[in-house]
Design a protein. Structure first.
Length: 202
């Protein structure tokens, strides 16, 4: 009995420390990564402005090759939505929507996670012409986690994990767009920005 009481006290002590620590941990996060692509800014923006193209370079899109994806709206315009559904808990289910476009400069997204947990995050991609003729691409994400769930920002190094995925996605984007088979200034083949309603990815 003494051992059980000791273990219970230890458990409650650890939980108490964790809850106390969560009070001092930020409830919001912001992660952003950059890469330079040796192509003109207009070519790069034209490619990244199409949400479908994230399926080509995004790390998250490649976690489950059998993931079900559906699209609604006209890609590259405000209101276009991509939804996904996967039995893989690392992928889960949710949707991403284009909510703002500053043509030639920035695209803003709203990401709504449904499974394995419900939450929302804001994301963006921006392009900026460099003096050397290359283009700086920034990919970022912001979000919030309520107390005491915000403890996982530290325990799971959520910012580090998201940052790695964003950077790897940007590195993939750079490799795709700088393929030597194309001439300078030629953008890679993009997914069609056609209008679709509930059309699954094939």
């Amino acid at each position: 009995m003494k051992i059980l009481k000791y273990l219970l006290f230890l458990f409650l002590f650890v939980v108490g420390i964790a809850l106390l620590s969560a009070l001092f941990i930020p409830k919001t996060y912001e992660v952003k990564k950059q890469v330079y692509i040796d192509l003109p800014a207009d070519s790069v923006f034209s490619y990244v402005s199409l949400l479908r193209n994230q399926g080509i370079y995004s790390v998250w899109a490649k976690m489950d090759p059998n993931m079900k994806a559906e699209f609604e709206g006209t890609d590259g315009t405000v209101g276009f939505r991509m939804s996904w559904d996967s039995p893989n808990d690392s992928v889960g289910a949710g949707e991403q929507e284009i909510v703002g476009i500053d043509k030639g400069k920035r695209i803003d997204y709203k990401i709504r996670f449904i499974r394995p947990f419900q939450s929302e995050s804001d994301s963006w991609m921006s392009t900026r012409a460099d003096a050397s003729g290359s283009t700086e691409v920034e990919w970022g994400m912001t979000g919030s986690m309520p107390y005491p769930v915000n403890l996982f920002l530290v325990l799971m190094d959520l910012e580090g994990s998201i940052g790695n995925d964003l950077q790897n996605g940007l590195n993939n984007l750079k490799a795709i767009m700088e393929q030597p088979a194309r001439g300078v200034g030629d953008a890679p083949v993009s997914a069609s920005p056609k209008t679709s309603v509930g059309v699954p990815e094939t």
